[in-house]
Structures are given as structure tokens and as C-alpha cells.
Design a protein around this ligand. Structure first.
Ligand code: FES
Ligand SMILES: [Fe+2]
Length: 222
């Protein structure tokens, strides 16, 4: 199956996040349609493993892919992940990412894009296409990883910080500044039903009660 794959583009860059944050981000399937809304429209988990995940992913431009991500780590902590995309059961693309540390709070990613049966003409446009797309995706991931590192540094004490929001009935509620899911900034206003949707993974909370109405076992006490 992989014999027909050939490398069609490459992209690499440094990121202002540790390798720990980078691997955490790769395993975090839930953020795709929220943090990368221009690229992905939905995600539905099929299987989650310690070393990866498999999910049905809706593409923002239309269409659906099954994406399988598998992480490999080496003894020194570096490593990478392979992301396979399937359309109607057939492998349509493979993205091989290698991540290496650049000090305590930086890392480097080198990415190889592989595809089957690609003509020379088609291949010519891939570098520009993937460079633009991955520059955007990694800008978004870098911002998320920096926010996540700040959440780790704040620890549990950050979760006690509240801010006031006004509900549609004129009442106010004190909601956490940082989301009880992964401690990222809960920068969102309640909608007409008093629901606050976290921008990072889309968890939805009742602002008045602190209950997570999207079913996760997290929330806050009022
Ligand atoms: S940090 Fe994940 S839903 Fe808010
Ligand atoms: Fe991402």
C-alpha cells in the first residue's frame, strides 16, 4: 500500500513550545475543528489509543476523511507522528512529522507530505499549497501550546479566577477565566441560552450552573 506513496512537499519550522506540548497537541484530536476551523469542520472519534487516535474528520472545504495518527517516541524524548488520511477506505495521503527539542521551551518540526499516483504537474503546486496551509495550522497550534504552557504553570489556582458575564435575562454569572477542561482561556460570551462555548475544544458550559452540557466530566461549582 505504501509502495505507491511518494513525497510531494516538505515544510519545517521552529515553534515556541516544548516537545511535551507538541506531542500533547498531536494527540489532542478534539481541537481540530475549533482551533483550525478554516481547515476542519467536524471531528468524530472512532478510536483513542495512548499512542494516537482515529477519527472521522469533516474538511472545511467539503468532504470527509478518516484520519489515523500514530505517535512514536524515542528514548531521548524526540520522535514524531504519522498521519494517514483515508477516503472511502483508500489511503489518499500520509504526513510524516519529526519533532526535535530546541531547548526547554522550543521545538522544531519537519514535515513530509506523501501522496500516491501524483503527476509532475500536480506536484509542482503542492509545496506552495502545504506551506501556506501548515504555516496557518502551526501558527494556530503554537498559540494554543503557549496558552497551554501558561495553564500548566498556573496550575489549579488559575481555575479559581472568575469573571462576570451578563445573561440574556439580565442576571449575571461568575464564570472561570480559564476553562476547567485544560485550563485554556475561556474567552467567550454566553449565548441567548446562557451557554458558553470554549473556543479550544468546543466544550459547552451552562454559565449559571457551571455544568458541562456537552457531556464532559468537567465544570465548576457556583
Ligand atoms: S480548554 Fe478544552 S474545552 Fe476549554
Ligand atoms: Fe493542531
Amino acid at each position: 500500500m505504501s509502495a505507491a506513496l511518494e513525497t510531494v512537499a516538505r515544510y519545517e519550522r521552529d515553534l515556541g513550545a516544548s516537545l511535551t506540548r507538541m506531542f500533547e497537541n498531536a494527540l489532542d484530536w478534539e481541537h481540530l475543528p475549533h482551533v483550525h476551523a478554516k481547515a476542519f469542520s467536524s471531528i468524530e472519534l472512532i478510536e483513542e489509543r495512548a499512542s494516537g487516535w482515529r477519527a472521522n474528520v469533516g474538511m472545511a472545504g467539503g468532504g470527509q476523511l478518516v484520519i489515523n495518527l500514530e505517535v512514536t517516541r524515542e528514548a531521548d524524548g524526540s520522535g514524531g507522528w504519522t498521519t494517514d488520511s483515508f477516503a472511502e477506505g483508500a489511503l489518499v495521503g500520509r504526513i510524516v512529522t519529526r519533532a526535535t527539542p530546541r531547548g526547554a521551551d522550543r521545538c522544531h518540526v519537519a514535515i513530509e507530505f506523501q501522496a500516491p499516483d501524483v503527476g509532475e504537474k500536480q506536484k509542482a503546486g503542492f509545496d506552495a499549497y502545504y506551506s501556506a496551509l501548515y504555516a496557518m495550522l502551526y501558527d494556530e497550534d503554537e498559540a494554543m501550546m503557549i496558552a497551554r504552557e501558561a495553564a500548566v504553570q498556573r496550575g489549579r489556582k488559575g481555575l479559581a479566577e472568575r469573571r462576570k458575564v451578563t445573561l440574556s435575562d439580565g442576571k449575571t454569572a461568575a464564570i472561570p477565566r480559564y476553562c476547567p477542561h485544560l485550563g485554556l482561556p475561556l474567552d467567550a460570551a454566553p449565548d441567548g441560552d446562557g451557554i458558553v462555548t470554549c473556543p479550544w475544544h468546543g466544550y459547552r458550559f451552562d454559565a449559571a450552573t457551571g455544568t458541562c452540557v456537552s457531556g464532559a466530566e468537567c465544570g465548576w461549582a457556583v
